[in-house]
Design a protein around this ligand. Structure first.
Ligand SMILES: Cc1ncc(COP(=O)(O)O)c(C=O)c1O
Length: 392
């Protein structure tokens, strides 16, 4: 099956039908424990924290799609990320992208230090800055590309090369792209992480996390940690993620095409100070992104003048849901300063360009013209003349 394109492999893989019944849907094995035939042969599964057939199906599927050998499903993206960080030991140091997802920032900043794991936040788009931050005890370079919410692009291949030269691992949070658009393991990364809550599941109905590696040593340790910490994904949620995966390619392709159209229209509006979208030719990471990804993605951010303008806009906009999250069939408008990055101190946020005027849009499957019309009517409700662009 591996000869086929990813689009086809989403449907035609080892989980295509249940070998026992022929059912064209993975059975939901809602069991916590498994009868053991005899004392010496406990069987493949003994207890669902350690392994479950439905979870196994999802883990195999995501491993194949990410060009890895071992997949792991967790109760949330943060469960996957925090378990992956447990691969580190006391005294280790991490170099991490400065505009990392707020929850990852909180975990690194407020939790890991208690276990003696140190970190340095860097501008990952600047290879020199990354190289300079590496210390003798650095064990991990941690990437998010495109980053959340300012859509900055990190060169995965170059950072992975730097990591290898310094005997470090590279982990990539691939939530925004999914394997449909970007496969970091093929570019030299050691581990890929996902909030499968987003595009992979795609329907705002499940919270889930995934990790994939092609390294046996990391897989063994991660499997041990997954069982030790126990933050596994339940069987029913695994099935929801598997179902979401079947339509991933068509959802993300359609939403990305709409995102291009919307980003271009928003960019023309005088009340919008900046639109952040890696698909723009003028985006500083555009060429790196086109080299390492098969599409520009369905997330963009845009900056209004201030919080007041954001309030007026979000009160007036009708189609997108105004919510935490992204990557769903419905468009989702988020306010990072109060949502995904609320756990980041204001000064830290602003240093990263996450100002009080910044909004993030995850484009869904609505007709893009309807969304554009809605955004323009909402922008027309911003009545404060001080919001007008100054200086051209
Ligand atoms: C890029 C990224 N990584 C990780 C997470 C955390 O995932 P979860 O909410 O599934 O724990 C998020 C959540 O928004 C995210 O956007």
């Amino acid at each position: 099956m591996t000869d086929h394109s990813l689009q086809t492999r989403l449907l035609h893989n080892d989980q295509k039908f249940d070998p026992q019944t022929g059912a064209v849907s993975v059975p939901i094995q809602q069991a916590s424990t498994f009868h053991q035939q005899d004392f010496d042969n406990p069987g493949v599964y003994d207890y669902s924290r350690s392994g479950n057939p439905t979870r196994h199906a999802l883990e195999e599927t995501i491993a194949g799609l990410e060009s890895g050998t071992h997949g792991f499903a967790f109760a949330s993206g943060m469960a996957a990320i925090s378990t992956a960080f447990m691969l580190l030991s006391k005294g280790d140091h991490v170099v991490i992208t400065q505009d990392v997802y707020g929850g990852t920032f909180r975990m690194i900043h407020d939790v890991l230090y208690k276990f003696g794991i140190d970190h340095t936040f860097v501008d990952m788009t600047d290879l020199h800055e990354v190289a300079t931050a590496i210390q003798p005890n650095t064990k991990l370079l941690y990437i998010e590309t495109p980053s959340n919410p300012t859509l900055e692009i990190t060169d995965i291949r170059a950072v992975s090369k730097l990591a290898k030269a310094n005997d470090c691992w590279t982990f990539v949070d691939n939530t925004f792209m999914t394997p449909a658009l970007q496969r970091p393991l093929e570019l030299g990364a050691d581990l890929v992480l996902h909030s499968a809550t987003k595009f992979i599941a795609g329907h705002s109905d499940v919270v889930a996390g995934l990790a994939v590696t092609h390294r046996k040593d990391l897989a063994e340790q991660l499997s041990f940690l997954q069982n030790s910490f126990g933050s596994i994904l339940g069987a029913h949620d695994c099935w929801l993620v598997l179902r979401g995966l079947k339509t991933l390619h068509c959802r993300i392709t359609q939403s990305s095409a709409s995102a291009v159209q919307i980003a271009e229209e928003l960019n023309k509006h005088p009340l919008i100070e900046q639109v952040y979208y890696p698909g723009f030719r003028c985006h500083p990471g555009n060429s790196t992104h086109s080299y390492q990804a098969d599409g520009d993605g369905a997330v963009l951010s845009f900056r209004l003048k201030n919080e007041d303008a954001v309030r007026q806009f979000t009160n007036a906009v009708e189609l997108p849901v105004y919510a935490v999250s992204l990557g769903a069939v419905e468009s989702i408008l988020s306010y990072p300063a109060r949502m995904s990055h609320a756990s980041m101190p204001k000064a830290e946020r602003e240093k990263r360009g996450i100002t009080d005027g910044l909004l993030r849009l995850s484009v869904g499957l609505e007709k893009p013209e309807d969304l554009i019309k809605d955004f323009y009517q909402a922008l027309a409700q911003i009545n404060d003349y001080t919001c007008l662009k100054t200086g051209g």
